[in-house]
Write a protein of this length. Structure first.
Length: 668
């Protein structure tokens, strides 16, 4: 039976990348001063899992790097080395290296170990220094050494768990002086050997200063897959064959190197992945709780029952039973709505998937800028659709980097201003109605309206004699090409940033706003729909065609009034709404519809996008409801002013309008 390796690859990659995210967070917690032993245990388990999984799947370069990383982590666990900033930095860079190696597997290309070779050598040197220190201590405290006899017999199916006994023995050798005898008595005849089964067992003598718990920890992941007996004995009680024989691990090390675990920096391992394997490896995965799956299965069961009831009512339909049929249809509608909500809930992920990545960024950039910065996160359990989560990281990255570079002052500047020496960046998420609001706040210098105006004049964004109030200045920072940076750096100064933030957020059907007080800081507010798959929409008609306008962009609707409509030479038509003149956009014209009502006869839908308001002219309003969005670009081609399409109850297709595109087309 063929084994579907691609499925195992996808699972391994998803679990490994998720584990590295957790490991990074734990390392940062360790750097902040936490000495919870479980932190180190969790970090060690992550690397151990990656080592075992990569070794069993044939990714030897990853397994080799993970093995060396694991030895350094074991030095931390044993207390032989303290978690200083230098070693934490080395471990964080190792996390990046692991991500890079896994990314190459995910993309279906060969694993290039050259970029991480210098990092592996640094780990080896650090571990070597630690071992020399331990050996020095051991020589001065010989009386504290202990000899252990370890009987290690893997079960027949040991290899199926993804573990390698040779690696375990090599790890055991790092604890002290190790001597090994291999028992081959249970090895069957060559014709009867199953290559996927384990037949050998080992008896070891270990002289070490480590505790019995440390020795047992080496076998922590295989205790259920082997027979293990560890005894602490004085030298005179050792079995005679161990006292007389002095084998070592040198032969084991050589065999391991021949399997690709000690490759040269110039080597490149090529993965044997077929096209189907690569496609499956790249497939996205979701971690879903059993509770959500159980609820979904239950709803499907309810839907099947209701379907059966509906079929029976139709087969035996009589007018006297019309009420029963209507009740069954109502039940079907309710079950369908609950099923829809349950399916959408499967795609919902906590915002912590995004927020959690910024601890590392704030740490690294803060260190490079010489600023003391604290990141505060709240509301991270608020859930958001996976498709929105994936597109949210880049805009938030821009905002956080801007806060680090522009917003927060240096420690000296903060002390002179009477502020705490450490600056604060806060990320907060909360649900509000059918949307989620994300606040990015810093307690830095805030926006300087005068400086913004001066930069805008220099860049030709406003007239030289034009004055700006605080609100207008705050909106100006979203203009393309605008920057207040004094010099170009890796973080800012190229005039690309906040305009991209607004563009990315509006493409998700959301909006971004800013509020700032000079000397006290700035707050950026991002408001997004919870999902991109379903939208609350207003159905409108032009001629015989039906369109859907997302409700999130609608301010109000009003009947067209000829007396409120004005024509401005060279500017087009505007409508007066409570003293404000709004540009009129005729939907029939931008969609090339031959028939439709003229200005003054239809209905105006006032909508706002990109902080601009327009009046959209339609023939009539039909009503509002939730609609499922189908991509035009995927199924047909990209069409201006349209965000997608949906299928109506009668089977007809209705086009979903893109308010951002309509407003941009009107203003440019």
């Amino acid at each position: 039976m063929a084994i579907d390796l691609a499925r195992f690859h996808a699972t391994f990659l998803a679990e490994s990348l998720s584990g590295l995210d957790s490991m990074e967070a734990d390392l940062l917690e360790l750097e902040r001063g936490s000495r919870d032993p479980e932190l180190l245990q969790a970090i060690f388990r992550t690397v151990h899992s990656i080592k075992g999984g990569s070794g069993s799947l044939g990714f030897d370069a990853i397994a080799d790097f993970s093995h060396h990383l694991e030895t350094l982590l074991d030095d931390l666990r044993s207390g032989a080395v303290e978690p200083s900033r230098e070693i934490i930095d080395l471990l964080l860079r190792s996390v990046d290296a692991e991500r890079s190696l896994l990314g190459e597997v995910q993309n279906g290309i060969g694993i290039d170990i050259v970029p991480v070779e210098h990092l592996k050598n640094a780990i080896i040197r650090w571990h070597g220094n630690v071992q020399r220190q331990v050996a020095s201590i051991a020589q001065s405290t010989v009386g504290e050494s202990m000899t252990y006899v370890i009987e290690f017999k893997p079960h027949r199916g040991f290899f199926l768990s993804g573990n390698d006994p040779i690696r375990i023995l090599r790890e055991l050798a790092t604890l002290g002086e190790l001597e090994i005898i291999c028992d081959v008595g249970s090895l069957p005849m060559l014709a009867d050997i199953d290559p996927e089964s384990s037949y050998l067992s080992w008896t070891c003598r270990l002289l070490t200063i480590h505790s019995a718990a440390a020795v047992r920890e080496v076998f922590a992941w295989v205790t259920e897959d082997c027979d293990l007996n560890i005894q602490a004995l004085p030298e005179l009680e050792l079995p005679s064959f161990l006292r007389e024989t002095k084998p070592n691990l040198s032969s084991v090390d050589k065999r391991d190197d021949n399997r690709g675990l000690g490759r040269r920096a110039s080597d490149k391992v090529t993965l044997d992945l077929s096209t189907s394997d690569v496609t499956s490896t790249k497939a996205q995965t979701l971690q879903v709780t059993a509770e959500k799956i159980d609820g979904l299965v239950n709803l499907v069961g309810e839907l099947v029952i209701t379907q059966t009831m509906l079929k029976q009512n139709i087969d035996t339909f009589e007018m006297s039973r019309l009420g029963q049929l209507q009740a069954t249809v109502a039940l079907m509608e309710r079950n369908t709505r609950e099923l829809q909500q349950a399916v959408l809930a499967i795609r919902m992920l906590p915002v912590s998937f995004v927020f959690g990545r910024f601890h590392r960024m704030v740490r690294d950039i803060g260190m490079s800028l010489g600023k003391k910065i604290e990141l505060k996160i709240s509301g991270e359990n608020s859930e958001l659709d996976k498709s929105v989560i994936e597109k949210l990281f880049d805009p938030l990255t821009h905002l956080v980097r801007n806060a680090l570079d522009h917003g927060l002052e240096t420690s000296e500047e903060r002390l002179r201003a009477g502020k705490p020496e450490t600056g604060t960046i806060s990320l907060h998420a909360q649900h509000r109605g059918g949307h989620i609001e994300i606040h990015v706040h810093d307690d830095g210098r805030g926006l300087d309206a005068e400086k913004i105006a001066a930069k805008a004049r220099a860049a030709g964004l406003i007239a030289s004699d034009e004055t700006l109030d605080a609100q207008r200045a705050q909106q100006l920072i979203f203009r393309s090409g605008f920057s207040t940076a004094e010099r170009v750096s890796d973080l800012s100064g190229r005039g690309v940033g906040l305009d991209v933030v607004r563009e990315n957020i509006t493409s998700l059907g959301g909006r971004v706003e800013v509020a700032s007080t000079p000397g006290q800081g700035s707050t950026f507010l991002i408001r997004l729909p919870l999902t991109l798959a379903i939208v609350d929409g207003m159905f409108v008609r032009v001629g015989i065609d039906t369109f859907v306008l997302p409700l999130a962009f609608i301010i109000e609707c009003m009947q067209s009034n000829e007396h409120a409509i004005k024509s401005i030479a060279g500017q087009g038509t505007v409508v007066e709404v409570r003293g404000e003149y709004l540009p009129v956009v005729e939907l029939r014209r931008i969609c090339n519809i031959a028939n439709g009502l003229d200005v003054g006869q239809g209905v105006f839908v006032l909508m706002e996008a990109d902080s601009k308001r327009v009046a959209l002219l339609v023939d009539s309003l039909i009503g509002q409801d939730q609609v499922v969005i189908k991509s035009l670009e995927t199924n047909y081609q990209k069409v201006d002013h349209l965000a997608g399409a949906t299928i109506l109850g009668d089977g007809r297709v209705a086009l979903i309008l893109d308010p951002n595109s309509i407003v941009r087309g009107q203003l440019h």
